[in-house]
Ligand binder design. Structure first.
Ligand code: COA
Length: 178
């Protein structure tokens, strides 16, 4: 039987601090474990990114790391904004730097909920703090194609910014898209 989906009310979100012990975190993407255990707090102290830990009944189930970004307007995107009378070379964005669900809690809605969280943060920035037109990210590839996160993000409405033969794929969503 498939495990039940998480509901947002059962989740506690905390900004990473030096009291958190994150060494219990496990993922089939070891780089994302290493980032959380070794770099996330230091990056936060250096104002490079902010990491939010998600807990369910006291267990660390996932995390998301956010930072500021911009998109350089080129090609279709440049033409799209030109039609609207917007001629800037680049537009502001909020980037999902890292997003990862613990292996024991996959396919229970956490990934999608964290993307929604990022969109809500962008809305808050727009309403109260600064302009933020896009959400951006670099989608990871996996040797096992079925684990490519590109498909996950496409399903949630993200478009591809640039096709690349190797490495990560830059993706984005426009916060003005209904
Ligand atoms: C990709 C990842 C975040 C998905 O998290 P998750 O909690 O298992 O996903 P959800 O349960 O929220 O799934 C949301 C939807 O995406 C789909 N989905 C999940 N993983 C998918 C994948 N790899 N490819 C295609 N679709 C996927 C689900 O079927 C679901 O669809 P539905 O709404 O129609 O039912 C998770 O597999 C993960 O942490 N992977 C390792 C790290 C990683 O690749 N991070 C992203 C790059 S930085």
């Amino acid at each position: 039987m498939a495990a039940q989906k998480f509901s947002p009310e059962d989740i506690l979100i905390e900004k990473l601090n030096d009291k958190h012990d994150v060494r219990c975190f496990r993922s089939y993407e070891p780089e994302l474990v290493d980032f959380l255990v070794e770099d996330a707090l230091n990056n936060q102290h250096q104002n490079l990114s902010t990491t939010f830990l998600w807990f369910h009944k006291g267990s660390l189930v996932s995390y998301i790391t956010l930072l500021t970004d911009k998109i350089n307007l080129e090609g279709n995107l440049k033409a799209f904004f030109k039609e609207k009378g917007i001629y800037y070379k680049s537009l502001p964005a909020l980037k999902i730097g890292r997003l990862c669900v613990h292996d024991d809690y996959l396919h229970r809605g956490l990934g999608k909920m964290m993307v929604v969280f990022a969109i809500q943060e962008a809305t808050d920035i727009n309403e109260n703090k600064a302009g933020c037109r896009f959400i951006t990210l670099d989608a990871k590839r996996n040797k096992d194609k079925s684990l490519d996160s590109i498909h996950f993000y496409r399903k949630l409405g993200f478009g591809t910014l640039k096709e690349r033969a190797k490495g990560t794929t830059p993706m984005y969503i426009d916060t003005k898209t209904p």
